[in-house]
Design a protein around this ligand. Structure first.
Ligand SMILES: [Zn+2]
Length: 304
């Protein structure tokens, strides 16, 4: 059984008319997963409520108290903008805490069951730095989950693979000086947010950035995945793998210019599940609703 962690409360982070990071993204994925032949192999779970877990304790491990207070304050006033592209609505703070809780539940589920889990949550997280929300992201879900996992005695090293089309500058910012966390990102370059050069290696050579040219297809990605991503992750010998699973490198996606197909995410998933079954997949970007839903399906079916 594969765990999928989802709550309709994730729809309550409202971003406004025609914002690409919209609640309909999750609705499209849930609807598509309700129709697959293998739906009986999915085990759906609600995230641990934020009233039952001190989520802030884990967020404070990676974000400044000023960052947390700013998000809470703007949400309390009803709505506003953290940056021009990162709006918050009145429930956004609580929803973002619940999203973190879902990612932590993903870590627990994977370690307990030795099988992958998929976190179907929003807002996404990989652009949020220690002290700055940006790029639709409030809290760095992946980095918080990695730190949480490292509190478990059986976890000494966590690797994060980020296949979202944008560089996860926030994740990199937070983990770059941590020898227990490795970060590997494939992303379009040049593209938002402008970071992610191959020369950014981390204090312990724990970062591998793999910029991809606009127009790249699976023919370009496959050798990079096989010859660079896989050896980097294998050499690190992680006890847990976290995937920042963004699906905006799809050909149809409106925010970037890479030409992957949904089935290509199945190939990525196969490569990673050969290394370990202990994988937490967490949703980041992906803004073409059908391509997003088809890509999540391609990911999950290759985990069965
Ligand atoms: Zn993205």
């Amino acid at each position: 059984m594969l765990s999928v962690i989802y709550s309709e409360k994730f729809l309550q982070h409202e971003t406004g008319l025609s914002h690409p990071e919209c609640p309909e993204r999750l609705i499209a994925v849930v609807k598509a997963l309700s129709k697959v032949d293998w739906k009986s192999q999915l085990s759906w779970h609600l995230p641990t409520p934020i009233s039952d877990r001190d989520v802030l304790k884990y967020i404070q491990q990676v974000h400044t108290s000023e960052h947390i207070a700013k998000i809470r304050k703007i949400a309390t006033t009803g709505s506003g903008y953290l940056t021009l592209d990162t709006p918050v609505s009145k429930d956004s703070y609580d929803v973002a805490l619940l999203a973190v809780s879902a990612w932590l539940d993903g870590v627990d589920a994977v370690l307990e069951k030795n099988a992958p889990a998929f976190i179907l949550a929003r807002p996404p997280g990989h652009h949020a730095t220690k002290d700055q929300a940006m790029g639709f992201c409030l809290f760095s879900n992946a980095a918080i989950a990695a730190h949480y996992a490292l509190m478990k005695p059986e976890v000494k090293r966590v690797a994060i693979v980020d296949w979202d089309v944008h560089h996860g500058n926030g994740t990199e910012d937070i983990i770059q000086d941590n020898p227990q966390i490795a970060y590997c990102s494939l992303h379009q370059h040049p593209c938002y947010p402008g970071t992610g050069y191959n020369s950014e290696r981390g204090k312990y050579s724990n970062i591998l950035n793999l910029p991809m040219a606009p127009g790249s297809t699976i023919e370009d990605y496959r050798p990079v995945f096989e010859q660079q991503v896989i050896p980097f992750v294998e050499k690190f010998q992680p006890d847990l793998l976290i995937v920042s699973a963004g699906y905006d490198a799809n050909h149809e996606d409106p925010l970037a210019s890479i030409s992957l197909k949904p089935a290509d995410y199945g190939f990525f998933t196969q490569c990673l599940t050969k290394i370990t079954r202990q994988i937490v997949f967490g949703l980041e970007g992906g803004y073409h609703l059908k391509a997003l839903a088809d890509s999540v399906i391609a990911t999950l079916v290759n985990c069965l």
